[in-house]
Design a binder for this molecule. Sequence first.
Ligand code: NOJ
Length: 566
Amino acid sequence: MIDDLWYKNGVIYCLSVGTYLDANGDGVGDFKGLLRRLDYLHGLGITAIWLMPFQPSPGKDDGYDISDHYGVDPRYGTLGDFVEFTHGCKQRGIRVIIDLVVNHTSDQHSWFKDARSSNDSAHRDWYVWSDTRPANANTGMVFPGVQKSTWTRDKEAGAWFFHRFYDFQPDLNTSNPHVQAEILKIMGFWIQLGVSGFRMDAVPFVIATKGAKVRKPVEQYDMLRSFREFLQWRQGDAIILAEANVLPETDMEYFGRDGDRMHMMFNFQVNQYLFYALASTDTRPLAKALAATKPRPATAQWGLFLRNHDELDLGRLTKPQRQAVFKAFGPDKNMQLYDRGIRRRLAPMLGGDRRRLELAYSLMCTLPGTPVIRYGDEIAMGDNLDLPERNCARTPMQWSTEPHAGFTEDDKAGSRVIDKGPYGYEHVNVAKQRRDPNSMLNWTERIIRMRKEVPEVGWGDFKVIAARDPAVLVIRYDWRNNSVLFVHNMHEQPREVSFATGLPGETGRLLVNLLSEDHSHADKRDRHTLMLEGYGYRWYRVGGLDYLFKRSDIDIDASGKAGHPA
Ligand code: NOJ
């Protein structure tokens, strides 16, 4: 396979325009501001931006309640500003993917207004109705504790409507062919304006059967193929990155056995076990999660993330495992959310400990997939737990020690910038870290550069190597006659580990450290023995630095056959 699938070996950076940079001085970030910050992102080395919803919206779910899928919220700018932004990205070789929120709309959307206005309005069947209160109205809430029901009576419509999320987010009837056609039209529209794809919101719910009589929703996977077909017909290199927190058994249904459905999915399974490994120092369940999510088509890719704009969902862990993560990273009730997760940002979760932060980011960059970084994590930003629900981790980017962190010049904005405590902008900001060669920012920039130089992680086959110490994870990747190997110590204490690379001949005997001078030579029994400091990590190239001369043009699997190992 030709290796030009851009999403297989990039680094994605997730941001929302409203919290990045306010150029017009009204206290809200905007596209003009974001455009002016593209050189920063280019310097950081990221290859794609995932832009959170920016369309017109009442803003009751931070933009995930869209009231017009074909526009830009005036607070952020105009369609013209949006195109200037995508053009600016293109000039710098940065791709843009945007959120595609089509499971539901805002109740202020013209479609819903029309739908509720009469029983036989043109858009009535675009939503999901019931004349009476469905028996299961009290089940299936995504935001337990905040959301009371999944069905709400609408006075004007004289009927109940279904909403998987908040009651101001009526679900679209995605089985309706008119709705499906509209979804394609929305994709076609934004593709035309310069985006390279979509982060598709709530995919399992988009494709599920919906209705008052539906007891157990059934996923209509074929819809995924039709989305992809359309997209690739319009633009060959456009992708869909699915938000689908599903069990590994169904991963292949989402990717498509022939690689004909979603290009990418977030790896929620690995995300949860990664945090468990950090909390418990036991990497075995993480290794299991890696094995469970290993099968995927050659063209598919995982999105590997630590934190995002939502809570860290720990719903897949066992109760004791979840308790262990709560205890380590979110012990106060106020830090937890929806009975299943932690709402804090990464840096405060890890106690601001630089060694642990590097360990976590290093794992994110070296586990199978494409890393997805949350804005602000590159400078270890904190959170504001006084803000409700998930808003605590959505505060403005901290650029400098200027007023409001250099995010806005608007004094009355109440810009929600973090201005107190150790994560206040006077301490944590880009300008300060830029000047310090050892800052988190400069470390992140260097690790991103190195991550891009190990395409084996994005493209290759992987193997977890037995290190006989549960606190240490050793993982090797093979691709095109080259191998790289990574070692991570979850424990705060130093660990000595010994392992064999598992590669035959001289190659496996030399490990060249990519981040420092300490290389490793195997002993007579072909074993490497390393002394890792507490929370230590190593990135090695196996066999030496002549790897580019050795790289083959095609993929050869372990048995010598051509083809992709996955
Ligand atoms: C998932 C998004 O990540 C979340 O922020 C949002 O509230 C729901 N989908 C509803 O759109």
